[in-house]
Design a protein around this ligand. Structure first.
Ligand code: AMP
Ligand code: MG
Length: 489
């Protein structure tokens, strides 16, 4: 494990021509203080966790001092925002310090989000507020805990410098780690400029770094697109199964590696509602929970189009056609596991769909209902009253329970094993908006970050019973039912 001065930087992206990025330094922020530090993420970059205790630690991770070996830059990209192409986006407030190679040979991008203006800031101030930084930090680690591919978060550093949003807030920088920050929009920008060369160059770079098994085969570009399609389909299935809504699925927020990327007005659905919209600014519901799988495909079509200078159109279309079944296969497999079934099949939709419909009608908590289903007893005379009483339509539940019982009879192993299996896929704890909000208010008002750390620790193990934290599994209390989260961050 290394000291800050000895991190093993090797900046391959910085070595690409400046067509792809702009070099610049972060803009300093006064009096930085450490809000939270995540030792698990530190381990990924070989950073000694004891370094977080250094008085100058915060200076490095707010961008006031540069880590030796880093070559800071802002990446260029474009993207489709809410369906409309925006030709010039780019890192408007995030600065990539470089890539760190760990002892396992993995490379991790280290990025400071909120580190000041860049040539891509447009009218933005280059900053991020403490509130949104806490949300990104906690949610990336919560997603990782759930087993969902995601960027990671190393630490949050705050400053009392003021940032103007709907109200005056304070600035913070979250340090984000990812194997790559290349997004769909990184390719789109060159397609719309009519430049083939950078598209091929970026594809070659991404393939060499992240898909090395594709080598230099003549069909490497279509195979690369195929992998992105598969990974995205898998990610969408994981989001749906977890009840996660991203909120801003613009193509500039779509990772080329199929990671959950850029946490803004995201939300974990509480009451089951397929039309759930977590982003208060999304009036049309373009990115509603039940739209995500098809938006995943829409976004992939944008990527495929951007790759047409290097992949024949017919071939790109054929690859996109594989998305729907890849998504459905993953989704069925995940949902079957949530039901405790070991051999998944599409026919189990006939069990899943009425259950979801009953949950919707009874306005049940999505996460907690699946967790409770682990207690289902399949003895013929068992009423499963605790479960049954949650549903408004009891006869409908009884009919469903009979079908479920019959299906479980075809499963191997004792009931306790099924419950243990289900507990590994049906989380007890998710990052409910009100939990994040409580931590944010404490941080903002009292400069007390203990709740951030408590949630971080809790959400690392979302599938475990943590009896002393039982109350954190409760759905939003009345005061928090109407928390609104917008794009403002
Ligand atoms: P997001 O919705 O966070 O994915 O951001 C979309 C685009 O707006 C990206 O190019 C961001 O870098 C940029 N952006 C967002 N907030 C700011 C800000 N406060 N200052 C400068 N650029 C920003
Ligand atoms: Mg973004």
């Amino acid at each position: 494990m290394h000291k800050l001065e000895r991190l093993n930087f090797d900046n391959t992206l910085a070595r690409l021509p400046d067509t792809f990025h702009s070099r610049l330094r972060p803009t300093p922020l006064a009096d930085p203080y450490l809000v939270s530090f995540n030792p698990d993420a530190a381990a990924l970059i070989g950073l000694d966790a004891a370094e977080a205790l250094r008085p100058d630690f915060a200076e490095y991770f707010i961008g006031n001092r540069l880590l030796p070996g880093s070559e800071p830059l802002a990446m260029l990209y474009a993207g489709h925002q809410f369906g409309h192409y925006v030709p010039q986006l780019g890192d408007g407030r995030a600065i990539l310090l470089g890539e760190i190679k760990n002892s396992a040979g993995e490379r991790w991008d280290v990025q400071l989000k909120g580190a000041g203006q860049t040539p891509y800031s447009r009218s933005g101030d280059g900053r991020a507020v403490l509130r949104s930084s806490i949300r990104e930090y906690l949610c990336s680690e919560a997603m990782h805990g759930l087993g969902i591919p995601t960027t990671r978060a190393l630490c949050i550093v705050g400053s009392d410098e003021e940032v103007y949003r709907e109200t005056v807030e304070s600035a913070a920088v979250v340090t984000r780690l990812a194997p790559s920050h290349v997004r769909f929009g990184s390719f789109e920008v060159f397609f719309y400029r009519g430049q083939r060369e950078p598209i091929a160059m970026l594809a070659d770079y991404v393939i060499a770094r992240h898909f090395p098994h594709l080598g230099d085969a003549p069909d490497k570009y279509p195979r690369f697109l195929h992998e992105v399609v598969t990974r995205t389909a898998h990610l969408m299935a994981l989001w749906q199964a977890a009840g996660f809504s991203h909120g801003v699925m613009n193509t500039d927020n779509m990772s080329i590696l199929g990671l959950t990327f850029d946490y803004g007005p995201f939300g974990f659905m509480e009451t089951y509602d397929p039309g759930y919209i977590c982003n208060h600014s999304d009036h049309g519901g373009r990115y509603a929970y039940d739209q995500q799988p098809q938006i995943g495909l829409w976004n992939l079509s944008c990527l495929a189009q951007a790759l047409t200078p290097i992949i024949p159109v017919e071939e790109a279309n054929a690859i996109l056609e594989g998305y729907s079944s890849a998504f459905a296969d993953h989704y069925v497999a995940l949902m079957s596991r949530k039901l405790g079934l070991t051999h998944a099949g599409r026919k189990d939709f006939s069990l899943l769909e009425p259950l979801l419909e009953m949950m919707r009608a009874s306005q049940l908590d999505y996460t907690n209902l699946f967790r409770a289903l682990g207690h289902f007893k399949s003895a013929p005379d068992e009423k499963n009253s605790v479960l049954r009483d949650q549903f408004i339509d009891r006869p409908a539940f009884d009919a469903w329970a009979a079908a479920y019982r019959a299906r479980l009879a075809t499963e191997p192993g004792p009931e306790a094993e099924r419950k243990a299996r289900m507990d590994k896929v049906n989380p007890k704890y998710i990052l409910r908006n009100y939990l994040a909000q409580t931590a944010i208010v404490k941080a903002e008002k009292e400069r007390d970050f203990s709740e951030v750390d408590r949630l971080l620790a809790l959400l690392k193990h979302p599938y475990d019973e943590q009896p002393e934290m039982e109350s954190y599994a409760a759905p939003a209390p009345e005061w928090a039912r109407h928390i609104e989260v917008s794009c403002s961050s």
